[in-house]
Design a protein around this ligand. Structure first.
Ligand SMILES: Cc1cc2nc3c(=O)[nH]c(=O)nc-3n(C[C@H](O)[C@H](O)[C@H](O)COP(=O)(O)OP(=O)(O)OC[C@H]3O[C@@H](n4cnc5c(N)ncnc54)[C@H](O)[C@@H]3O)c2cc1C
Length: 270
C-alpha cells in the first residue's frame, strides 16, 4: 500500500474480483484505503485521461471477457466504518448486510427494505430505493475533495459516495417482523435479479413459467431455484451470461408477453 493509502495491481484479472467470476484483465486494479488516496486516483486519472470504473461489491456488475482499458477502482474496507450515534455515519464500502445487522443489534430500524441486499452501502445509495427518508447527508468526491451534499445531488452527478449520515428510527416489533419476513423470502436462495421487471411482477414466477429449467450455456447456468440469477459453475464467460440473459428476456416476452430489462452494469472488454 502506498503512503497515501492506495494498493495498485497492474494487468489484474477482473474475474478474481467480481461475483460472477467473468472478465478480462484491467490495466490497473486500484483499492483506495484513504480519502487522500481516492482523491489522488480520481485527479491523476482525469489529468491523464485514463478511464476510471468504480465498483462496490460487484453484485450488479459483470465484467466482459476482453481486456479492460483504464483503472478499476474499489473503496477499501477502511472506508466502510460504521459509527453509531444520534446519527449513524457509515462508510460507503460497508456491506449493506453488516449495516443492517449492526443497526438491529442497537435496536435501530428503517433498513428493512435493504435486509437482503448483498451490495455495498455506496452503490445501494446510488441505485436502490428506500434510502431517502433515512439519509441526513452524504459525502462524495467533488472537485478533487470529499464534500458534503444531498443524496439527490450525488445521484444526479453520479459522484463517488464516500460516506453517509443516517437517522435510524427505533426498531419496533413491526420492524422486526418486516426484517424476519425479508430474510425468510431469501430462503432457500437470495431473491436478487439480473432483470429489471415491471412493477408488481415476480421475476421468479415469470421466468419459472417461461424459461426451460436449468438452462445452461457452457459454464453459465440459469438455476431452477432462482431463475432470476445467472450462476457461473466454472469457466463461464460474460458472453455466455449475456446470451443466456437475452434468451430469457426473449422467452418471457414470447411466452408471457412481459418485457424484462437488463439490470446489470456490463463493464470493460468488447
Ligand atoms: C443475490 C443478490 C441479491 C440482491 N438483492 C437485492 C435486493 O433485494 N434489492 C435491491 O435493490 N438490489 C438487490 N440486489 C442488487 C444489488 O445488490 C444492489 O443493487 C446493490 O446495491 C449493488 O451494490 P454493489 O456494491 O454490489 O454494486 P456494484 O455492482 O459494485 O456497482 C453498481 C454500480 O454502483 C456504482 N457504485 C459502486 N460504489 C459506489 C459509490 N461508493 N458511490 C457511487 N457509486 C457507486 C458502480 O460504479 C456501479 O455503477 C441483489 C443482488 C444480488 C446479486
Amino acid at each position: 500500500m502506498s503512503e497515501d493509502g492506495l494498493s495498485v495491481r497492474l494487468d489484474e484479472p477482473l474475474a478474481a474480483h467480481l461475483p460472477l467470476r467473468t472478465g478480462g484483465r484491467c490495466e490497473a486494479w486500484v483499492v483506495a484505503h484513504t480519502i487522500e488516496g481516492l482523491t489522488r486516483v480520481v485527479r491523476e486519472c482525469r489529468r491523464a485521461k485514463w478511464p476510471v470504473r468504480l465498483i462496490g461489491a460487484g453484485t450488479r456488475t459483470v465484467a466482459r471477457d476482453g481486456a479492460h482499458r483504464g483503472v478499476v477502482l474499489r473503496l477499501g474496507a477502511a472506508l466502510g466504518e460504521i459509527r453509531p450515534g444520534e446519527r449513524w455515519v457509515v462508510g460507503a464500502s460497508c456491506p449493506v448486510p453488516a449495516l443492517v445487522s449492526a443497526a438491529e443489534g442497537e435496536a435501530r430500524g428503517g433498513l428493512e427494505a435493504h435486509a437482503v441486499v448483498p451490495g455495498s452501502v455506496g452503490a445501494s445509495l446510488r441505485l436502490d430505493d428506500g434510502w431517502d427518508e433515512l439519509v441526513e447527508a452524504v459525502w462524495a468526491i467533488s472537485r478533487d475533495a470529499e464534500r458534503e451534499l444531498t443524496l439527490e445531488e450525488a445521484r444526479r452527478r453520479k459522484l463517488i459516495i464516500t460516506k453517509v449520515a443516517l437517522r435510524l428510527p427505533l426498531l419496533d416489533s413491526a420492524g422486526r417482523r418486516r426484517l424476519a419476513k425479508a430474510r425468510a423470502l431469501q430462503r432457500p436462495v437470495p431473491s436478487a435479479s439480473v432483470y429489471a421487471v415491471p412493477r408488481k411482477v415476480s421475476v421468479r414466477e415469470v421466468l419459472r413459467s417461461s424459461v426451460l429449467e436449468r438452462v445452461r450455456l457452457r459454464g453459465i447456468v440459469i438455476p431452477a431455484e432462482a431463475p432470476e440469477l445467472l450462476v457461473n459453475i466454472g469457466g463461464g464467460s460474460a458472453a455466455d451470461a449475456r446470451l443466456l440473459q437475452r434468451s430469457a428476456i426473449d422467452r418471457a416476452r414470447r411466452v408471457r408477453g412481459i418485457e424484462l430489462r437488463d439490470r446489470v452494469d456490463w463493464i470493460g472488454g468488447r
